[in-house]
Design a protein around this ligand. Structure first.
Ligand SMILES: [Zn+2]
Ligand SMILES: [Zn+2]
Length: 379
């Protein structure tokens, strides 16, 4: 048994209001397929907030639990079935998959048949405060909001050959979710080519990942949309051709604003906001035979209505996307390579916070002031 500190998420008393608190918890020893990770840094993503703001049993979610699904640390104990990591190896954490179902077998682990319970739910076997009160763990196979956590082997990318020092380990902590999603939407989902005109709504980690990747592909027009000026300025530096500020006075519709730049509509539209009106406008702004991808989480029961006849004639594809259909074992090394080549300036997005200061970090993420808050655990 190990004692450690974790940010424990309790069932919200008010709908959509997360309740986290820093608590002392006890960990069991890792099982055969698990690794004890001493956490150095954990990135915060909107999904952490969303899935700790919903009532218990929504999507199978239980409380109390520890969220966190972007992490970096050192392997301190390794189960006997774990081949990818040895004691003392630095590791980067991403989502969990089963490796046995048809999606995993066909190299699409983000669509694993068991994705929901492995990632959104986790289990209550490996972390608990006392024998009475169990804490749900292995959120996305990892529950990285803890100084130590028991992580499933499928969530681990060995970083031994990827990093030069502990500062880099911390900087790369957030690569396991938003950034690889943004990269994968361009590379794996839409398979963008230089001739594409791309619309990206929402400039958080996912949107910025898409802007950069579209730039690397050489897409001829990249339109970046947000309502925070500093983010749009950054998107322009990173390769966006035009920006649209939806908070601007006189702004009418996104479709109209997009068509001022690309009169036919864009060939690719990517929504990372999950805002219903923006999703509808993204569909409208997509040209015939274009692709519209829903990446941001819309409200749970919201339905996108499509006029079937118009849709038929447009030849458009409306697609969903989990984690950019990435395999973290290849996606994370690719992002690190781009970082080293100066194409993916992670320092522009990441801001560090002491783990105890998680409240400030979340508020800065929600206000849009910080694109990627990363909690740092001191050892
Ligand atoms: Zn699977
Ligand atoms: Zn995420």
């Amino acid at each position: 048994m190990t004692s450690t500190t974790a940010i424990v998420s309790h069932e919200p008393k008010e709908l959509m209001k997360w309740e986290w608190s820093l608590e002392e918890v006890t960990l069991t020893a890792p099982g055969e397929d698990e690794i004890l990770v001493e956490m150095y840094a954990s990135g915060i993503c909107h999904t952490d907030i969303l899935l700790s703001s919903v009532p218990a049993r929504t999507l199978g979610v239980q409380y109390p639990k520890v969220v966190g699904h972007e992490g970096a640390g050192i392997a301190r104990a390794v189960g006997k079935n774990v081949q990818s990591v040895s004691l003392g190896d630095p590791v980067l954490l991403s989502f969990s998959s089963c490796s046995a179902c048809i999606q995993c077998q066909e190299s699409h682990p983000a669509y694993c048949d068991t994705f929901g319970y492995r990632n959104y739910v986790g289990h209550d076997k490996s972390m608990f405060m006392d024998s009475e009160k169990k804490i749900w763990s292995q959120f996305f196979g990892q529950s990285s909001f803890a100084k130590h956590s028991i992580v499933h082997k499928s969530s681990v990318v060995n970083a031994k050959d990827l990093i030069n020092n502990l500062d880099e380990l911390k900087l790369f902590a957030p690569l396991g979710c938003g950034f690889q999603t943004g990269m994968g939407v361009i590379q794996n989902i839409t398979m963008a080519v230089p001739n594409d005109t791309v619309l990206i709504t929402g400039l958080g980690a996912v949107g910025m990942g898409s802007v950069i990747t579209a730039g690397i592909v050489g897409c001829k027009t990249i339109i970046a949309v947000d309502r925070v000026k500093s983010r749009m300025d950054l998107a322009k530096q990173l390769g966006a051709t035009y920006t649209i500020d939806t908070s601007e006075v006189g702004f009418t519709t996104l479709d109209e604003a997009v068509r001022k730049f690309v009169p036919t509509g864009v060939s690719i539209a990517i929504d990372t906001t999950g805002v219903p009106t923006i999703i509808e406008q993204c569909v409208q702004a997509t040209r015939a035979r274009g692709k519209m991808v829903i990446v941001g989480s819309p409200p749970m029961n919201w339905e996108l209505k499509v006029r079937a006849g118009q849709h038929l004639n447009s030849g458009r594809a409306i697609m969903g996307c989990v984690l950019g259909d990435c395999n973290a074992q290849t996606a994370i090394p690719q992002l690190i390579k781009w970082y080293r080549e100066g194409k993916f300036p992670l320092e522009s997005f990441v801001r560090y916070f002491d783990a105890a200061d998680y409240e400030t970090a979340v508020h800065k993420l929600e206000s849009g002031e910080v694109i990627k808050p990363v909690l740092v655990w001191k050892h």
